[in-house]
Design a protein. Structure first.
Length: 245
């Protein structure tokens, strides 16, 4: 039975979202009687996100935050979180977006997957019962096409770019070895976990769209180039990653 889990939430200018998300998470945690801590990474926010985080931390005893003095990006927020968690007795950690597009109700599926022995759990839009709701068709197509290419290139999951994902303790060092500095870290995490021989599990989710604020994810030629570079590296690299604990 798992007793010590963490929810990791990178936050950059998420006023109107982050406090509401914490409140929803706390309701889920209380209803399920889970022992879950919440770690908010304030990535140099310039709006009222900091005040919402302080309010959440002052209200709930299981909320902790780490500040970046300036915006360092999603990848560095994740690296900061797992560097911290590696020094705790956390048994697993689940990464969620702060914009309320990841429903806390799916946490049960993640925890069950960990209890069944999964080491990397992906909230997937592309397994049975997984879907997207309200996402523009052009974004759905790009995501679908990108993940199709990934599977052809040997990616072991159907949704390698989902930001709703979890890692068991055995996978923490995978994150700490990542070198990517933007959203391409999501694909790098999958590739390193595959090389380490870790056990994957995909659970279905419905991805929604934010109602407050602007998305921090932007498609660009540079991002596609980094995805392609990682996929090519996966095709041609046969080296198995060894984790020394």
């Amino acid at each position: 039975m798992l007793n010590n889990g963490w929810l990791v939430i990178p936050c950059f200018n998420e006023e109107g979202n982050v406090l509401r998300l914490v409140q929803l998470l706390e309701e889920e945690i209380r209803n399920k009687d889970w022992n879950l801590q919440i770690l908010l990474i304030n990535d140099g926010s310039t709006d009222s996100t900091s005040r919402e985080i302080e309010q959440a931390e002052g209200t709930y005893g299981n909320v902790k935050h780490i500040d970046h003095a300036k915006n360092l990006g999603y990848a560095q927020a994740v690296k900061t979180a797992f560097k911290f968690l590696s020094q705790t007795d956390a048994e697993f950690a689940i990464i969620m977006d702060a914009d309320l597009t990841h429903d806390p109700a799916y946490l049960s599926s993640f925890i069950q997957a960990f209890q069944e022995g999964a080491e990397v759990v992906i909230g997937s839009r592309y397994v049975e019962e997984g879907r997207m709701k309200g996402v523009p068709l052009w974004r759905q197509f790009l995501s679908w096409a990108g993940n199709l290419v990934g599977r052809i290139a040997g990616i072991p999951v159907k949704d390698a770019t989902s930001g709703f994902r979890g890692f068991s303790r055995s996978a923490f060092k995978v994150i700490n070895q990542c070198r990517e500095n933007d959203f391409s870290i999501q694909l790098e995490e999958i590739l390193l976990a595959k090389k380490a021989g870790l056990k994957f599990k995909e659970v279905p989710i419905t991805l929604g769209v934010r109602e407050v604020g602007e998305s921090k994810f932007h498609y660009s030629l540079g991002l596609f180039f980094r995805y392609a570079r990682l996929l090519l590296k996966n095709i041609f690299s046969k080296r198995k990653l060894i984790l020394n604990f």
